[in-house]
Design a protein around this ligand. Sequence first.
Ligand SMILES: [Ca+2]
Length: 404
Amino acid sequence: MKECVFFVVAVCVCQISFAQMDCPSSQELQTALRQVHKLLTAHETSYIQSLRNLRKKLNLLKTNTTKSNVKSGSNRNATCPLPEPLENGRRLGGVLTVGHEVHFLCSPGYELVGSETRVCHESLSWSGPEPYCKLAGQADSSVTSPVTPAPAPSPAPLPDFVRASRCIHLQGSTHCTCEVGYALTGTDNSICTDIDECELYRRTQSVRLCMHNCVNTAGSYHCVCPHGYKLGRDYHSCQDIDECETGQQSCTQAQVCVNTYGGYECVAAQCPHFRNATYVKTSALRCERNPCMVWDKACIQAPSSVSFQYMAVVSNMSAPRVLFRVSAARLLGDTLRFGLLGNRGRRHFSVQRSGQTMGQLLLVTPPQGPATLYAEVEMSELEKRKLLGRYVTKVTLFVSPYTF
Ligand SMILES: [Ca+2]
């Protein structure tokens, strides 16, 4: 191109100084022009050839790049052959593309022989030997020629605690998800394993997931209550069944049904025996002393009435707390005294005056069940230190084995 410019300039200069100088002849000029033309043509040809070569090279490069892309793309999407169905077991993982894993599990009573996990290789073949399930305890068959074991008499259904994950392939990456109650596991997230909510909650939370027992199930959990309780509406708490109300009790006509936490009791109040005194049952839970002869001191000193109180509480109930109050219906004397009779209930109970004519029974220590605790509360009425009458309340406390 440089030469080309030079020649054109030389011709122009010649034209300008045409008048003063001896110019070359017309023939010489034509010869020079032809040479320039020839040179230009040669350059043009060479230039076009270079362009063609360059284009060729570009096309070749482009073709190679596309081929390479197609090749790698096809490999990524290529799949290994579907593994043979596993008799007396199952395969987990449905992604059969290169690099992905499938897992094998045997039904209960069977053992896996061969590869538990197989990976799809670039060569579109599975890693490891083909697995099969053999009856547990049976001698190993040759791995290279698997035999079908005899079916178990009644194989239990396969626990559903492990499932295949759902994966989608998007823009070169794989996203796997699990059903509710399952979590992704496995090196390539191809399987979902059940979450043990009971264990997880026990380890991470300070409060209980269930009031009583938690049972982990495939994909979920549920709470269970002990006998005598029903599961609450929140599916977590346990509520006592009132057998006396629901008619689930089997008490006789002479007995009184007392509902307790987790059960019920059939009680029959027995009137006491005191020397010279006789009693009559005035209600299911009360006995009154028959009138005494005025000279019969022993009879007069026997309780005027004996009442029965049956109560139900839960284990570990906070204490101290008032269980019940006792008062005189009408005051005849000038003094009322309240106290516990005997030593039977002193460990758990205490009696206090709570008003001029009222006393109360206190539970002083948290009770531990299952247990039945007894106490006898006495109220004495005096006139000028002379006993007018004694009124006894026999208390029976049924403590549940649970804290509910
Ligand atoms: Ca009950």
